[in-house]
Design a protein around this ligand. Structure first.
Ligand code: SF4
Length: 158
């Protein structure tokens, strides 16, 4: 309960899904509540910090199955690099992955939010800042108003 970044676990055995980053970044289609955005940090697809804290999970084993391994550049890359993917890049690179089901627009919304949070990081280098500004600006006129609004919010924090 203490470790949840958005205080979504509101009591023993009680979760407010409206505050849960896994729900917000994967299942939720609209704009993300502005009050929660800074708390999401750089989580662009899910969270599961509570799974890391769960005492039972100390018994978990890493699976050797290929489906559970990082694939095709999804485990690496800066926010700016991931944001540079076109819709066809997104569909190709997430083929066979659960990430694909959120679609390119929601993927961009999540990345744009993370970019907005990155601007407040004292460790952000000027080159990284320029790359984020460039990629956010490139999506500023996206056809989806949710992406547009998120990009505008994030540019406002630069
Ligand atoms: S997934 Fe993250 S945001 Fe959701 S309840 Fe667990 S720790 Fe909280």
């Amino acid at each position: 309960m203490d470790l949840c970044p958005t205080q979504a676990i509101v009591g023993p055995y009680k979760l407010d899904a409206r505050r849960c980053i896994s729900y917000l970044t994967i299942e939720h289609a609209g704009p993300i509540d502005e009050a929660l955005r800074p708390l999401i940090g750089n989580r662009i697809y899910g969270c599961d910090d509570c799974q890391l804290a769960c005492p039972w999970n100390k018994f978990a084993q890493l699976s050797p199955l290929p489906d559970w391994q990082a694939r095709d550049g999804l485990g690496v890359g800066s926010i700016a690099e991931l944001m540079a993917w076109s819709e066809s890049d997104f569909l190709r690179r997430t083929e066979g992955s659960a990430i694909r089901r959120i679609g390119h627009a929601r993927w961009l919304r999540n990345l744009a939010l993370a970019a907005g949070n990155a601007f407040t990081s004292p460790s952000l280098k000027s080159q990284e800042r320029e790359a984020l500004l460039k990629t956010l600006t490139a999506w500023a006129q996206h056809a989806d108003p949710v992406v547009q609004e998120q990009v505008a919010w994030s540019l406002g924090r630069a």
